[in-house]
Design a binder for this molecule. Sequence first.
Ligand code: HEM
Length: 148
Amino acid sequence: MPSLYEHAGGEEGLHRLEQLFYDSVLRDPLLQPLFGEGQPQHVDHLTMFTAESFGGPDSFSRELGFAHLIAVHRGLEITEEQRLRFVELYVAAFDAAGMPGDAPFREAVLEHVEFGTQVAKQNSHAQSDDELHPLREVPRWTWSGDDD
Ligand code: HEM
């Protein structure tokens, strides 16, 4: 069975997905204020993160590092409403990008973004390092396909 990375269409598939997702975030009245006019590197960085977490190349950890990811979310004070909208738009982007619709893949993707948004939300409210989520590296996500 392929990794999540391969199943999602590798680098090309994930970049297409993240571009559609980021475009929808910047159009969203609840999320856009957090992102402003957008960052030119955001889609590339999000693609690198997702690729690594899905079992692809580890360029996010090598070139950016997890500490950078913690730093960019600190102070954002993400609300639960914003977190849920982020999840909703992310799932919608999988449909828009024509990603595979099989249940094991979609379940893994949903768990991944649920977890990731909880981590980002907690870190966005941390007043001290003690209040950060304990995660310190890009999680390597597995799915039922890895067992076959
Ligand atoms: C699965 C969860 C998440 C992941 C993997 C993720 C990943 C990232 C990445 C890779 C960046 C780019 C950092 C850079 O500039 O190098 C970033 C920035 C940012 N994220 Fe997240 N994030 C997540 C959740 C969230 C949530 C829930 C929000 C708000 C609702 C959020 C808001 C932002 C903002 C405002 C920035 C900085 C501006 C920008 O780069 O456009 N993130 N995030």
